[in-house]
Design a protein around this ligand. Structure first.
Ligand code: PEP
Ligand code: CO
Length: 468
């Protein structure tokens, strides 16, 4: 439902069409060798059914509007780069399980229902800092296009694999559809019922590295969680009518504009255009230029839209993004995801909150992307402590401004990888090579993800009273 325009648009809106982005500077778009093949692929996509529906998108928008006021909390998570080869029953079920388990801990700790949004079922396009990658092969330097995600090219370092291939646009669509189909069947079939959730692996609780105080905190969270589950208290917080048990929401970076345009539709009996490749598409930190193609495309779609904001975003830019992407200041429409790095929160976040005043924005913290470092042996990694630190500092700033921090955006996997360091059970830098499997950025493994939820939950519990 549209709100009263508290912030009437300051200038007349330029006309928008699903392809008006083409007239703007485009960054991070693949350099295809055969434009006719791209046209054939997008024409085929445009004939295929959408992956999500406008009903679902509208329902998510109303949940996000509630998160904006502090009544709900959003947990958005999954792989950095989803891989088509992982479109299999086991990995998909595992992704649901870790999101669900984290969300139960958070529901309990925060005392409010959690909206779970997968960073999957289409997270196949990746922006890269460098368009090309050079490696030394047999004593010779070879330069090839970087890996831009499975929607564009393939990861192995060969000329054939790295060539952007328009057929992959259809491959990405089909695999996103297969993933969504299985997720919906799991959700409807009872995979996410409370009773199924006793299969937790809480090995980090017994880790030798855990201090006695932390151990006591975790044990008390675990006991209180078990009690809440048994007493049905979580179910009340969870709110069955709008919670996980009925719905699943997907999100991905809306990077590849040919793909997103092909899945953007006019829906009968509704106003405007919906981007129906996913429920919540977002603009990455590298592509949020005010005059660029991504902001142009995103300003015209009816979906809620996210924007990642890193340290280079000025207060004026952040304000303009809010004005351009949500000119009528609709509730639940705009999600700003801060990803500053723990040490940069204090310098930037307050200036953004000041610049955006009382505009309706759902603020989410991504404590992953600003805390990426390189290990001594050259692995991209992130420290568990820096991740916690960024979230806590972000939460403090929001509290100081009286503006709720409405969610957590994280890169997690339910397997036992060694990509991020730290946590009670986690690897040190020297162990990263053991199971370093990510196709892009380092993810928290299963134990680290659960421990993150335990840590964030613990700090809040003391001040909460359970709902009647
Ligand atoms: C990402 O989410 O994987 C990503 C590339 O993030 P950002 O745009 O914040 O750098
Ligand atoms: Co990433």
């Amino acid at each position: 439902m549209a709100s009263a325009p508290r912030h009437p648009p300051s200038r007349p809106l330029e006309p928008w069409t699903p392809d008006s982005w083409r007239a703007k500077p485009q960054s991070q778009q693949p350099a295809y060798g055969d434009p006719a093949a791209v046209r054939r692929a997008t024409a085929a996509l445009a004939e295929l059914p959408p992956l999500v529906t406008s009903f679902e998108v509208e329902r998510l928008r109303s949940l996000l509007a509630e998160a904006q006021t502090g009544a709900r909390f959003v947990l958005q998570g999954g792989d950095c780069a989803e891989r088509i080869e992982d479109c299999k029953a086991g990995p998909i079920a595992q992704r649901l399980k870790i999101l669900l388990q984290m969300s139960l801990v958070l529901t309990h700790g925060l005392g409010k229902p959690v909206v779970r949004i997968g960073r999957f079922a289409g997270q196949y396009a990746k922006p890269r800092s460098q368009a090309f990658e050079t490696r030394l092969l047999d004593g010779h330097e070879q330069t090839l296009p970087s890996y831009f995600g499975d929607l564009v090219n393939r990861q192995p370092f060969t000329a054939a694999d790295r060539e952007p291939d328009p057929k992959r646009l259809l491959e990405g669509y089909y695999h996103a559809a297969l993933t969504l189909n299985f997720v919906r069947a799991l959700v409807e079939g009872g995979f996410t019922d409370w009773q199924q959730l006793d299969r937790w692996d809480l090995a980090f609780l017994g880790a030798a590295a855990l201090s006695p105080q932390r151990k006591a905190e975790y044990e008390s969270t675990k006991a209180a969680l078990a009690h809440s589950l048994e007493a049905g208290q979580l179910a009340r917080w969870e709110d069955h009518t709008q919670g996980w048990q009925n719905h699943f929401y997907a999100s991905h970076e809306g990077l590849h504009l040919e793909y997103e345009q092909a899945l953007t539709r006019n829906v009968p009996h509704r106003r405007g255009n919906y981007c129906l490749s996913t429920h919540l598409p977002w603009i990455g930190d590298r592509t949020r230029s005010l005059s660029g193609a991504h902001v142009e495309f995103f300003r015209g779609i009816r979906n809620p839209v996210g924007v990642k904001l890193g340290p280079s975003a000025t207060p004026a830019e952040v304000r303009s993004l809010a004005e351009i992407l949500n000119p009528s200041d609709e509730p639940g429409k705009l999600v700003f995801v801060s990803r500053l790095g723990a040490g940069q929160v204090a310098a930037h976040l307050p200036t953004w909150l000041e610049a955006t005043g009382d505009r309706r924005i759902l603020w989410i913290c991504d404590p992953m992307h600003g805390n990426t470092t390189l290990s001594a042996d050259g692995f991209k990694t992130r420290s568990f402590d820096a991740i916690i630190d960024e979230f806590e500092r972000t939460r403090e700033v929001h509290e100081r401004f009286g503006r709720p921090l409405g969610g957590l955006h994280c890169e997690v996997t339910a397997t036992d990888v060694t990509e991020c360091t730290g946590g009670s059970e986690g690897p040190g830098e020297a162990n990263l090579r053991e199971r370093y499997e990510t196709a892009c950025d380092p993810r928290l493994n299963y134990q680290q993800s659960l421990e993150l939820a335990f840590r964030l939950a613990h700090d809040r519990r003391a001040s909460l009273t359970p709902p009647a």
